[in-house]
Design a protein around this ligand. Structure first.
Ligand code: URA
Length: 260
C-alpha cells in the first residue's frame, strides 16, 4: 500500500479563488501565455496555516502535469531554500502569473494588467488574512514587481511581514551573466536576512548556507503533502521528466512525459 500524505486542497477563500479564475480572455495565448494548460494556482498550505510566503514567476511544463507550482527544477531548488529556513510544511507558494508563459517578451508586460493583477491581489489578501505569515520571499523580478504593486494597495500597506527579494531559482546560466555561484551567494544573503525574521518555523535549526553549488540535500524531493492524491514518488524526486515536445506547437502545448 502507498500511504503517502497528499494535499487535500485549498480551503476557505483559497478554494473560492480556485473556483473563480481568469480565463484565456485575460491570459491570452496571443500575449505569450500557455493558456491551454489551464491555471496552476499554488503549492503548499492554501488553508491559512502558512508562515512563509514564496512568490515565483509562472508555472512550466512539470507544473502543468503535477498541477502544483514550483515542482520542477526551480521547485526543488526553492524547496531546499525553505527547508534551510526550517520549513517542511508551513509555507504557501504562488506565482506572479497563474498561467504559464511561452514567450516572456510578450507576456511579462502584462504583469499588472487589471484582470491579472486583481486576481493575484485576491490571492495575496487571502494569504495575509489569517495573520500568520511572517516573511515573504520574492524570486525574480516579476515576483518582486508583483509584490511591490500589492504593497501599494490599502490591503498591502497593512501587511507588516518581512520581505526579501531574491534571484529567481533558475536565473543562473552556464555562461553567465549570473553563474551558479552568483545565485547561491544571492540566496545566502536572502537566508541570512529572512532567518532572523521567522518566529514560528516548523523546526528550529541553525542556518546552514550554500557552498559553490547545490548539494543533493539542497535539492530535496517535493513533499508528497504538496501534491494531489496519487502522484507517484518519481514525480517529486526527479527532474526533467516533463519536457517540451519537438516541435513544441502552438503555445508550447505539446508536453512530453518520460518516466525515468
Ligand atoms: N515554476 C514555477 O511554478 N514558478 C517559477 O517561477 C518557475 C518554475
Amino acid at each position: 500500500m502507498i500511504t503517502d500524505p497528499f494535499d487535500t486542497g485549498p480551503t476557505g477563500a483559497f478554494r473560492t479563488l480556485c473556483r473563480n479564475y481568469p480565463d484565456d480572455t485575460v491570459y491570452k495565448g496571443a500575449d505569450g501565455f500557455r493558456s491551454l494548460w489551464g491555471p496552476i494556482f499554488y503549492r503548499g498550505r492554501a488553508n491559512g496555516s502558512a508562515r512563509l510566503l514564496v512568490i515565483g514567476q509562472d508555472p512550466a511544463q512539470t507544473e502543468a502535469f503535477t498541477r502544483r507550482i514550483l515542482s520542477g527544477q526551480a521547485g526543488r531548488r526553492v524547496q531546499g531554500f525553505v527547508e534551510k529556513l526550517g520549513f517542511s510544511k508551513s509555507y504557501l507558494m504562488i506565482n506572479a502569473f497563474v498561467y504559464g508563459i511561452y514567450n516572456q517578451d510578450m507576456a511579462l508586460p502584462h504583469l499588472n494588467d487589471p484582470g491579472i493583477q486583481s486576481y493575484r491581489h485576491q490571492w495575496l489578501e487571502a494569504a495575509f488574512a489569517p495573520g500568520k505569515i511572517e516573511a515573504v520571499v520574492t524570486f525574480g523580478t516579476p515576483a518582486f514587481e508583483a509584490w511591490r504593486a500589492f504593497k501599494a494597495t490599502p490591503a498591502g500597506q497593512g501587511v507588516t511581514a518581512f520581505h526579501h527579494r531574491a534571484l529567481h531559482p533558475t536565473a543562473d546560466k552556464p555562461n553567465g551573466p549570473i553563474t551558479r555561484k552568483d545565485l547561491l551567494d544571492n540566496w545566502n544573503v536572502a537566508l541570512q536576512a529572512v532567518h532572523p525574521n521567522i518566529q514560528h518555523p516548523d523546526a528550529t535549526q541553525p542556518l546552514v548556507l550554500y557552498g559553490n553549488d547545490f548539494n543533493a540535500a539542497e535539492l530535496p524531493p517535493i513533499p508528497s503533502l504538496d501534491f494531489p492524491m496519487g502522484l507517484q514518488p518519481w514525480m517529486r524526486t526527479t527532474d526533467f521528466w516533463a519536457t517540451l515536445a519537438t516541435p513544441p506547437g502552438t503555445e508550447r502545448a505539446n508536453i512530453s512525459v518520460k518516466v525515468p
